[in-house]
Each structure stands twice: as C-alpha cells, then as structure tokens.
Write a protein that binds this ligand. Structure first.
Ligand code: HPA
Ligand code: ZN
Length: 326
C-alpha cells in the first residue's frame, strides 16, 4: 500500500490527546451560537489565523479561551464524538484522552457535566467505531496544590471511570514537585500517573516526575535527550514517551520538523510513541503526525510499525487487551 494507507492501517493507540484541544473552529462556532457565548473571532478563517504560536503559553491562552464555548453535557459529548470519529479514521483502536476539569469547574460547570458528556461519547465510540478509550484527569499545574486536591475530591464519585491523573499547562516555574502529595494520593486511590515534563522544562523536571511523582508514563519528554544519564535511565526503565511532532513544531519545541528527535529517541532505545496533543490547534490528527515525522526524518515502515506497537504497549490496557491488538 502507499504510505498513507500503511500508516492508517497500523493499529495504534493515542496516548496524548487533550480533548479540549480537539475543538475544531467549526464546532467552536456552532457551540458559541447554540449557547449564546460571544467569541472574539468573526470567522473560522480568523480563528485558524490566530493559531500562530512561539511558545507553550501563547497556545494555552487561546486554548483556555476556546474552551469557554463548552457549557452543557451535550457539548462535551459532541466534542468527544467528533474526536473519536476522526481518530477511528486514522486507525486508532484505543484512545487515552486527557481532560482539564479545572478549566470548566472554574467557570461554574459541574465536574459531572464534563465527565458525563465524555463518558457518553466513549460508550458511543465503542459501539460506532469498536474503539476502546480511557480517561486521564489532568491537573493544571499553574494552579495551586489545594485546587488540585479539590479537583481530586470532585472526581471521587467517578474514580472507577478514571484511569489516571496527569499534569499539564504552563511547565516552567511549575515543577512536578509542586504536586507530589496530590499524585501520592491519586496513587493511593488506585489511579495510574502521567505528567507532561521536558516539553519546555529542563531535564530536572523529568527527573522530578520520575522520582517525586513516580509516573507510569511521560508526556513529551523531549528535553530528556539533553541528559545522557537520564536518557539511559528512561530506556532502561522502559518508560513510554508520548511524543507529539506537530505540537513540537507549532510550539517551537523544535524549529523545523527536520530537527525532530523522534528517530534519535528510537535509536537511544526509548519507547517513543506518536500522538496529536491538541489536533485542532496544531494542524493534524495522529496519522498526520506519523506522516509529518516520517517525511521529515525519513522513517522506515519498520520504524512506523515500532511507534504504533509502542503505543499499544505503553497504554493502560491489560496485557491480554494489548495482545488482541498486536
Ligand atoms: N503542554 C502543556 N499543557 C497542555 C498541552 C501541552 O502540550 N496541551 C494542552 N495543555
Ligand atoms: Zn499535552
């Protein structure tokens, strides 16, 4: 088959996807109109033109603003449905989706409204697309520990439907250590742990995520490569890295896709995976990310198959569930 069909045909898991980051401008307009929410854009084209970033914070400012159109359980359901349909077309057989409850509860939207809509979309995806999915509750790291603890308390009635907690938002100045106690509590509650680290932050933040949070999976992790000892440790421990090439390009984590370290990660023995992060903002879904990395770094079909296989191995599915996909 041609390369596009080969990529779409690889059974893959998506492990790094912010559901709020899958809000396409068209749906943003539709929800703004349905809910009577004003947005500071006149057209879909104007929205897309605003998606030009030089660093993580540029993106976050516009991403949190976009989320203001999400009000009702149906809105979160529609958001999830649109993502699952798009991911299914890319050969995603399993998705572990992150959501940012604090973005919504801070606006007075109940936690149950958010998760209720997402869970409905997840059930529907299993029927419509045969796609399984899990939820990762992310804490916003620019907010304080107390706010994260309050969010974990909000999640208590839903713990059997949440697989993991994560850590996202502004990385620099908000090291993993700030959330060591919340993560310990989440672990005690039986949740798995992931954290964004080493996207803009230094290798020391990745070490903190390993040593102080005891993460099960590392989101991004790019800057780990600056530290050979850390890189060797991640390889030795079989840590999965959820790498997001188009995100890295749009947020200037790499200056050119030709400089992307995805193949170097594989060569260093890291269990790297390819993911879309915030596809509506960064210009592509998961297959677009595979294609962009493959073209820029001349990845072989064997490399692409390894990346897809890594995504299933690095998922929170059981060994039997993983084996059924491989
Ligand atoms: N980094 C940090 N926070 C985020 C991201 C990201 O790439 N996407 C959504 N929230
Ligand atoms: Zn992310």
């Amino acid at each position: 088959p041609d390369l596009d069909s080969f990529i779409a045909g690889l059974p893959k898991a998506e492990l790094h996807l912010h559901i709020e980051g899958s809000l396409e401008p068209e749906l943003m307009f539709a929800l703004a109109s349905r809910n009577g929410v004003a947005i500071p854009f006149a057209s879909v084209e104007e929205v897309r033109a605003a998606y030009s970033f030089t660093r993580l914070q540029d993106f976050l400012d516009i991403y949190y603003q976009g989320a203001n159109v999400l009000l009702t359980q149906q809105d979160f359901h529609d958001l999830g449905s649109a993502y699952f349909a798009r991911a299914a077309a890319d050969g995603v057989v399993h998705a572990e989706i992150m959501f940012d409850p604090q973005t919504h509860t801070a606006r007075g939207i109940p936690f149950g409204t958010v998760i209720g809509g997402l869970l409905a979309a997840m059930e529907e995806a299993e029927v419509r697309h045969g796609m399984t999915s899990r939820l990762i509750l992310c804490f916003l790291r620019h907010l304080d520990e107390e706010d994260a603890f309050r969010t974990l308390a909000d999640a208590k009635p839903w713990l059997d439907r949440i697989t993991a907690v994560g850590l996202d938002s502004s990385e620099n100045g908000h090291p993993p250590s700030k959330f060591a106690r919340v993560f310990a509590e989440a672990r005690r509650l039986g949740l798995r742990l992931v954290a964004h680290a080493g996207e803009e932050g230094p290798p020391a933040y990745v070490r903190e995520a390993l040593d102080l949070l005891a993460i099960d999976r590392l989101d991004h992790g790019n800057r780990s490569l600056e530290d050979p000892v850390l890189t060797a440790r991640l390889a030795r421990e079989g840590m999965t890295l959820t790498v997001c090439p188009l995100s890295n390009l749009k947020l200037c984590v790499v200056n050119d896709m030709a400089d992307h370290p995805i193949d170097r990660m594989l060569r260093e023995g890291l269990r790297a995976t390819i993911n879309s992060d915030d596809p509506a903002y960064f210009g592509g879904y998961v297959a677009d990310n595979y294609r962009a990395a493959a073209a820029a770094r001349d990845l072989s079909r064997s490399d692409l198959a390894t990346l897809a296989r890594n995504s299933l191995l690095g998922s929170f599915l059981s060994d039997a569930e993983v084996a059924a996909h491989l």
